[in-house]
Design a protein around this ligand. Structure first.
Ligand code: HEM
Length: 337
């Protein structure tokens, strides 16, 4: 059994702060809606493709990991959305954060979001790095705001938010975003931030398994990621292992410091399979449109999997505001698969 003495630090006035940060992101979203439409997300606005997937829970998991939908071997219907991280729908050539979001449906148990306790879903969201350079949600949102405002004001605004720490943050950010990525299906994705897993706390990740080669070469750099997925998934299934790594101690695996990579061993818990399908057909495009309408949110989860830490709690307000603003669809049932 991993350590269970993890602790969150909750500031007494944080709720008002997080609502304010969510409102800043919503302003960015409204501004970008002029170019991208009212259904565009505040962040991760450009979805490359939406796919049907299945999540098969492994047999023989240790007792501590057998929680909620992972309590026993089972297969869940799911959807996958692959996205660029920015608030604008930029070319895939531009440096950016890359996102992978998975939504399982048919998940029983009480869910976290008030008013949505009976929702049938559980979501997992990842990016390509294991840490983020921001220590606090205010730093994160400050940089997002500056990056999406007038160019001349960007650096002064970032300096105003982060002080001299700005140069460290910008250096790490630039390095992460500039790394050349040819394909989403050859890269591991990470939660960066922890969630509860029953009594334990874990971070999670997705590791690709034997990615098939593209059946045709990808030539358009602007739509590289959608084209790459299509060139592969029309010929063979895409597979990832979903894995978790446990909290060990505040020193080794801090809950409240997103800049720190956890080094604890990974445990494989489920296999994610995207069956052969063609996102380029009329049916495939309708599926992508359906997935675009969903909201992927780490707070879409049973109560045993509560997201942990200030950065996660700030996300709660931000995702809710973004999805209300763009009138996202209700949580989908297995029948919609
Ligand atoms: C470092 C950890 C984080 C990861 C791994 C992450 C990942 C993601 C991913 C994959 C998406 C796309 C979801 C989709 O496909 O619909 C997304 C969307 C979004 N993220 Fe994050 N994110 C992180 C941190 C944050 C933080 C700290 C905030 C704000 C405080 C934030 C705000 C948002 C918003 C507003 C959206 C759009 C939500 C929607 O309209 O559906 N994220 N994020």
């Amino acid at each position: 059994m991993p350590a269970t003495d993890w602790k969150e630090v909750v500031a007494p006035d944080e709720r008002a702060l997080f609502d304010g940060l969510a409102a800043v992101l919503r302003e960015v979203q409204r501004e970008k809606a002029k170019a991208h439409g009212s259904t565009s997300r505040a962040l991760h606005a450009k979805g490359h493709v939406g796919l049907k997937a299945e999540v098969t829970v492994r047999d023989g998991l240790p007792e501590w990991a057998r929680v909620g939908p992972f309590a026993a071997p089972a297969t869940f219907k799911a959807w996958l959305r692959l996205s660029n991280g920015g608030a604008v729908h930029a070319s895939d050539k531009a440096p950016d954060v890359r996102g992978l979001a998975l939504k399982m449906t048919g998940v029983v148990g009480t869910k976290l979001i008030p008013g949505m306790e009976a929702a049938p879903t559980m979501d997992f969201l990842g990016i390509l790095t294991q840490s983020m350079p921001f220590k606090s949600p205010a730093d994160f949102v400050g940089v997002v705001r500056a990056a999406n405002g007038p160019k001349l004001l960007a650096l002064p605004r970032i300096l105003g938010t982060l002080g001299l720490g700005a140069f460290r943050v910008l250096g790490v950010l630039q390095k992460g975003m500039a790394a050349r990525v040819d394909s989403y299906v050859e890269q591991p994705f990470f939660s960066v931030l922890p969630i509860r897993w029953g009594d334990a706390a874990v971070k999670y990740g997705f590791v690709p398994v034997n990615p098939p080669k593209p059946a045709t070469p990808v030539t358009n750099e602007h739509t590289r990621f959608a084209d790459d997925v299509r060139a592969r998934v029309t010929a063979a299934p895409l597979k990832w292992t979903l894995r978790i790594q446990p909290f060990e101690s505040e020193a080794q695996t801090p809950i409240e410091d997103p800049t720190k990579v956890w080094e604890t061993p990974w445990l494989d818990i489920a296999d994610v399979t995207v069956p052969v399908q063609d996102p380029g057909t009329e049916q495939g495009r309708a599926l992508s449109a359906l997935v675009e309408s969903f909201s992927f949110d780490p707070w879409h989860a049973p109560v045993e999997f509560r997201p942990l830490g200030a950065m996660m709690r700030a996300r709660s307000a931000a995702y809710r505001d973004s999805t209300i603003e763009r009138k996202a669809a209700k949580e989908p049932t297995p029948e919609q698969w």
